[in-house]
Write a protein that binds this ligand. Structure first.
Ligand code: BTN
Length: 322
């Protein structure tokens, strides 16, 4: 009933809607309507109540719950179902815990993570109600060696969703989106499978939307940024999350239909901040100089080193300082 009442209030937008009209439309008592209005207010909805006129929706909270995302979603563009948490340890951890039974296309989204994880055992800074923390469960009938391509697919989708807001955003192979060298988004792809069979994939996406410079811990201030820091604007996480989901949907549909990741790879190549650059390849106890040449059709980074051409499937690379 909550989502129906919200829908009615949203549809009357600038006008008042009486409790009586709502109770007639929904076939419930006015007391029941009042109870839900009260509940919505507790959740952060600002609803004006004027005697003899009715209710009017003034402000909706920028939460990532299905109720809040509903006005922006089109029936045809979205992975389903959407599981929302106001706070969770890590959307990737939760997604993995349900992945075997979950429907393909399930999205886990949260307003806060208390144990957000990045690559290589790092933490992912995940304060409440500022950013987007999202994990997508996929079960494609594709061979395991194609898994790295899904990270490229996600990077392309996020770039397409965010670049209208922040032109100049670049993709750093394999899993980061940067603005002027600082990280705006990180992607963590995890999988379970055997040699020839993929059980599931979890693609975790963290986007720094409204975090301010002071909100970042000191050790991140020189390497991380947010859309708000770079644009000066407080942005709607809801609209951005829906755009990301929509772009992911389009790319994934194409991959399933054609078996090809070329559209996403083209975006990753064109927006890459590595290709053509002198880079360092970091391994556990050494750093090797190379030049980034191409991202190939398997999503590998082709590099030219002193000892010849090599393909990297994943790894830590950085642009060499001039
Ligand atoms: C990285 O750059 O190291 C990857 C960061 C990935 C962060 C996201 S936030 C949503 C999902 N849940 C997690 O715990 N991590 C990913």
């Amino acid at each position: 009933m909550k989502s129906k009442i919200l829908e009615l209030l949203r549809n009357t937008a600038s006008d008042y809607l009486s409790g009586e009209a709502m109770s007639e439309t929904l076939g419930v008592s006015r007391a029941a309507i009042w109870k839900v209005i009260h509940q919505l207010r507790e959740e952060g909805y600002e609803i004006e109540a004027v005697p003899r006129k009715g209710y009017r929706l003034i402000h909706q909270p920028d939460r990532l719950s299905p109720d809040c995302l509903a006005p922006y979603l089109t029936p045809d563009n979205t992975f389903q179902p959407l599981i929302h948490f106001a706070s969770i340890t890590s959307t990737n951890d939760y997604a993995k815990s349900i992945a075997l039974e979950a429907e393909e296309g399930t999205i886990v989204i949260a307003d806060e993570q208390t144990k957000g994880r990045g690559r290589r055992g790092r933490d992912w800074h995940s304060p409440a109600n500022q950013n987007i923390y999202l994990s997508l469960i996929l079960k494609p009938d594709l061979p395991i060696h194609q898994v790295p391509l899904f990270t490229q697919m996600a990077a392309a989708a996020v770039w397409e969703a965010l670049s209208p807001v922040l032109p100049g955003l670049t993709i750093k192979w394999p899993n980061d989106l940067l603005f002027e060298g600082r990280k705006i988004c990180g992607i963590l792809t995890e999988m379970s499978g055997e040699m020839h069979a993929l059980h599931y994939l979890v693609i975790g996406i963290g986007i720094n939307v409204n975090t301010t410079a002071e909100d970042f811990p000191e050790d991140l201030q020189s390497i991380a940024s947010s859309l708000r820091i770079e644009t000066g604007a407080l942005l709607s996480r809801q609209k951005l999350a829906v755009n990301v989901i929509e772009r992911l949907t389009q790319h994934y549909r194409e991959v399933i239909k054609t078996g090809s990741f070329e559209t996403a790879l083209t975006v990753c190549r064109e927006q890459s901040n590595l290709l053509g650059e002198a880079i360092n390849i970091h391994s556990r106890d050494s750093v090797e100089s190379a030049r980034a040449v191409q991202i190939d059709s398997d999503g590998f980074l082709v590099v030219e080193t002193a000892s010849g051409i090599r393909r990297l499937s994943s790894g830590e690379v950085s642009i060499r300082k001039k």
